[in-house]
Design a protein around this ligand. Structure first.
Ligand code: CA
Length: 243
């Protein structure tokens, strides 16, 4: 039986920590909670987690400093880390990612979104399991899942250039810029079609359909566009890092 991945949650607000522990454990993880940086260092040293979620605003040390200290511990730089912060400040995001954190989530956040990010990070950072066969590792130049070139109005999906119509490009561009964000049909109509009165909901649906067909050619078996019944569309955050 596979061991449940241990997720260290460093968060001083017990309400948030409880919610995170609940969603992570129902999703097959083994969460452990530390309410202070000191406690986090102790827990991290006792047993390396598969991933750590660090609140930036902790009572004894800020999350960035804690990140540095955890990274300096034996094996610490192998553990993916994700920052949580109450501040919507762009600076936090930049600092966190420049330090080398794997991701960043601004509060308030959806617990489901956090779990999805945790899964994505773990998948991305998973090291090949040693087998008799030569280990298969992704080449260093593995293309990003999405690459948006606004000047050329081009989008690449797993490195492959998509041939998109003007409106397909417009829709996909919005989705790619904000993975996970739900766009309603009305928003898409307004932003891509300029809200002209001849456009209808089914215009959006028709373009999503053709987009999906094109994406499917690149990544059979994956659907990068999620349909949220009654509300709209969002880019999936659950795609594998490589195909
Ligand atoms: Ca806090």
């Amino acid at each position: 039986m596979a061991l449940k991945p241990r997720i260290l949650i460093v968060e001083d607000e017990s309400g948030i920590a409880d919610t995170l522990q609940y969603v992570l454990s129902t999703d097959g993880f083994a969460p452990v909670w530390a309410s202070t940086a000191e406690d986090a260092i102790a827990q991290f040293s006792a047993e390396l987690p598969a991933l750590a979620v660090l609140d930036v605003g902790l009572p004894d040390l800020n999350g960035f400093e804690l990140f540095r200290r955890l990274q300096a511990l034996p094996g610490g730089n192998q553990v993916p880390m994700l920052f949580l912060t109450a501040r919507s400040d762009e600076i936090d995001r930049v600092v966190g990612l420049e330090l080398g954190a794997d991701d960043y989530i601004a509060k308030p956040f959806s617990p489901r979104e956090l779990v999805a990010r945790v899964r994505t990070i773990l998948r991305r950072s998973a090291r090949p399991v040693a087998t008799a066969a030569p280990a298969v590792t992704a080449p260093a130049n593995t293309p990003a899942i999405w690459a948006l070139d606004e000047e050329r109005r081009q989008i690449r999906f797993y490195g492959k250039l998509l041939e998109l119509s003007r409106y397909e490009y417009g829709v996909l561009r919005l989705l790619v810029q904000k993975p996970g964000r739900v766009f309603t049909r009305d928003e898409l109509l307004l932003q891509v079609w300029g809200g002209d009165n001849d456009s209808f909901d089914r215009t959006v649906d028709a373009h999503i359909k053709t987009l999906r067909a094109k994406l499917k050619l690149v990544a059979p078996g994956h659907d990068p566009i999620r349909t949220l019944r009654g509300s709209g569309y969002a880019l999936s955050e659950e795609l594998p890092g490589t195909l």
